[in-house]
Design a protein around this ligand. Structure first.
Ligand code: MG
Length: 258
């Protein structure tokens, strides 16, 4: 069942989303060679708690970290550890914050020092996939329009889209209906309506689309050891489009959005 959010609930989602955005602002300058993923998670948790929020992923179905830290061929759900980031790595930081009972969920993939052109291109195209997708995020369109735009943009650049992990509705629960694949057909799937809150999250592979789950039952890697990139925001469908809830807003943006 898809839960349509009221104006009051959307305001609470916005507040949770802003906490997530603040985490990225704090983490971005720290992503340099030599830092461990555990140190990044510790900082993320400090920032989240400084806003009176809770790190959503901590203990979620038993997940052991405050955030997910996925390096290179790990596509999602990497567990923060003593692993030091190296020059040339890419690392995705997936952050959830729960504030006043509502959740924000977003992910960024960062370049560690100087990376190969191939790695930088993958990260850039993954972010582009999100923005291509949300061009279709408005009432009257179908979920498949978003999914299809993501898939087309990724495949146009020679990348593949894993089938095993998807975006999702979000609200009082981290994962609500609908599930949002990063592949699909135009005109198919759920009809989008004002007040739906969705976590749109392209996960894109440099090589084959297949994945494998590690023994810890969380860490998911690409089957061929090639790179994966992940970019996500929580959005809300508005009257005539959508609003991104997990990017920092300033006064000027607020005026522009009316
Ligand atoms: Mg998500």
């Amino acid at each position: 069942m898809i839960i349509i959010k009221s104006a009051r609930e959307i305001e609470l989602m916005r507040e949770a989303g802003q906490v997530v955005a603040e985490v990225f602002k704090a983490l971005e300058p720290l992503v340099v060679p030599g830092i461990t993923t555990k140190e990044l998670a510790k900082k993320a948790e400090e920032v989240i708690r400084s806003f009176g929020a809770y790190p959503t992923f901590k203990n979620y179905n038993g997940f052991p970290g405050a955030i997910c830290t996925s390096v290179n061929d790990v596509l999602v759900h990497g567990i923060p550890s003593g692993q030091k980031l190296k020059e040339g790595d890419i690392v995705s930081l997936d952050v959830g914050a729960t504030l006043n009972g509502y959740n924000g969920d977003a992910c960024r993939t960062y370049l560690v020092g100087k990376v190969s052109k191939e790695a930088a291109d993958l990260v850039r195209v993954t972010e582009e996939c999100f923005f291509e997708g949300i061009k279709f995020a408005k009432p009257g369109n179908h979920l498949g329009d978003i999914s299809n735009a993501i898939q087309e943009h990724a495949e146009k650049h020679g990348y593949s889209v894993p089938r095993d992990y998807t975006g999702h509705g979000i609200g009082r629960s981290l994962h609500e209906d609908p599930s949002i694949p990063n592949y699909g057909e135009k005109g198919h799937g759920v009809l989008l309506k004002e007040g739906m809150c969705l976590a749109i999250e392209p996960i894109i592979h440099q090589g084959r689309k297949e994945t494998r789950l590690m023994k810890d039952n969380w860490t998911a890697k690409t089957i061929d050891g090639k790179l994966a990139s992940h970019y996500e925001n929580t959005i809300v469908i508005t009257k005539d489009g959508c609003e991104i809830l997990t990017m920092l807003t300033n006064k000027e943006d607020n005026v522009k959005n009316g």
